[in-house]
Design a protein around this ligand. Structure first.
Ligand SMILES: Cc1cc2nc3c(=O)[nH]c(=O)nc-3n(C[C@H](O)[C@H](O)[C@H](O)COP(=O)(O)OP(=O)(O)OC[C@H]3O[C@@H](n4cnc5c(N)ncnc54)[C@H](O)[C@@H]3O)c2cc1C
Length: 417
């Protein structure tokens, strides 16, 4: 007999959790506070990234970040503000940014990314969602400077040691790969293990599949409280309704820290804002790439090209800083001189908040204080890639099954000391 499960949040993590929980026979309701179609799960670069073995919290990131902060067009920004939660998070980020922790995180990140890539294939082959865009051309890390070249080749070596398929391209090989599209770069590392997709297409098809399958997805329904007795959540409350629940999955992205407080749980999550510009005219770009010096992601999606970037810690809101969007557009022109992003395209830029944990690893697991609460958030720059794996793992934990991989590193109650 299936359980009544309420999933809080209708992003990729919430919908993928609903997908696997429903497959296991549970009665699932997803509550989403927006009208749908917005936020991180819709504006991201669509990469599936086994290559991303280095978490955001890594040695040197803080120094680099601080040096960039004063530049209004830099890809990294922290808004100075008096926010105790942010100070606490920043300290945990600092203590997590050690070589030892990065070395420990790399194989775990690789494993969960590979698990998820396999599950994306499985979802596609199942035909549940019909056809959706998922291309396997790898990911190019384009560099213009020797510093970036050296940095990325170091990561590439580690990725190879972990068994990932990685190659390098010099200027001529890059040129050959791009045909008539001019690319200004000295070379690239090519992570053949990666893939790319079109988030809004997948999200729409997943939503339609779940609705059709009988999952109750309710938009404009903001969770604002919980009924708790004897260490158990009995119901989830919104302004006008109460939803009885045997289990609750917290998949509310960057808002999860505040909701966790209502549950008496300390969950450190900060929103890392990123922007995207969509160009709906031919750009000639056929290979997904990260423009290393500018930290801009370029993705040829289904019917358009997306340029995405910026990591801005400025609180939880969807305000758009036009200067930073312009900086993405300028960077694109520097690497692809034939592409000029128009004023209108810049004005149509969208943003989303990456739910960032202090150590760059997601939180996936059962709460140890409320035993019917399951946490699925904190995926930072990898939430798109890790959606299916997270959903699958959550469904396995809910059903007390053996998990598809060891999940100790994702413990929602881990310490960052
Ligand atoms: C510009 C950009 C590029 C990116 N590129 C990539 C990439 O290429 N590959 C990759 O793997 N990842 C990428 N990411 C990261 C990825 O998009 C996120 O990690 C992922 O979307 C997080 O999914 P989520 O479901 O946890 O959060 P969200 O998508 O934010 O969903 C959480 C949902 O919960 C809802 N919610 C919050 N509070 C409540 C409440 N009280 N009641 C009801 N609903 C609530 C919110 O409205 C929201 O819709 C990128 C992100 C950005 C911004």
């Amino acid at each position: 007999m299936g359980k009544k499960i309420v999933v809080v949040g209708g992003g990729v993590i919430g919908l993928c959790s609903a997908y696997y929980l429903h497959k296991n026979g549970h009665e699932v309701t997803v509550l989403e506070k927006t009208k749908g179609g917005m936020g991180a799960s819709f504006v991201n670069a669509g990469y599936l990234t086994p290559s991303h073995i280095i978490p955001l919290a890594a040695p040197g990131v803080i120094t680099k970040g601080l040096s960039m902060m004063m530049d209004s067009k830099s890809p990294f920004y922290i808004k100075p503000r008096w926010d105790f939660d942010f100070f606490k998070w920043a300290w945990s980020f600092y203590t997590s940014s050690t070589k030892e922790k990065v070395v420990k995180a790399a194989p775990v990140l690789k494993d969960i990314n590979l698990l998820s890539s396999g599950l994306y294939d499985e979802i596609r082959n199942s035909g549940d969602l019909g056809e959706f865009h998922l291309e396997k051309k790898g990911l190019l890390m384009l560099y213009q400077t020797e510093v970036s070249e050296e940095e990325e080749k170091g990561v590439a070596n580690k990725a190879k040691q972990l068994g990932l398929e990685v190659g390098t391209l010099d200027k001529d090989q890059l040129k050959a790969l791009h045909g008539n599209t001019e690319v200004v770069a000295n070379g690239a590392v090519h992570y053949h293990c990666d893939a790319h997709s079109t988030p809004n297409v997948f999200m729409k098809k997943m939503y339609e599949y779940l609705k059709h399958a009988g999952v109750n997805i309710i938009y404009e329904e903001e969770v604002d409280g919980f009924d708790i007795t004897d260490g158990k959540i009995n119901a989830v409350r919104t302004k006008n309704h109460t939803y009885k629940a045997d289990n609750v999955v917290l998949a509310s992205g960057s808002w999860s820290g505040n909701l966790a407080k209502k549950l008496g749980i300390n969950l450190q999550v900060q929103g890392g804002k990123g922007y995207c510009i969509n160009v709906h005219r031919p750009t000639g770009i056929e290979y997904p790439a990260i423009l290393m010096e500018a930290k801009v992601a370029v993705t040829p999606m289904d019917g358009f090209t997306r340029f995405a970037g910026t990591m801005e810690f400025s609180g939880v809101d969807y305000k758009i800083d036009k200067g930073r969007v312009q900086a993405i557009a300028d960077a694109v022109h520097k690497y692809y001189p034939q592409i000029r992003i128009t004023e209108e395209e810049i004005n149509n830029a969208e943003c989303g908040l990456r739910p960032v944990s202090p150590d760059g690893l997601p939180y996936i697991g059962r709460s140890n204080s409320l035993n019917n609460l399951y946490v699925a958030t904190g995926h930072a720059m990898m939430g798109w890639s890790l959606g299916p794996a997270t959903g699958k793992l959550i469904s396995e934990i809910v059903d007390d099954k053996e998990t598809s991989m060891n999940i100790d590193a994702f413990d929602p109650h881990r310490s960052f000391k």
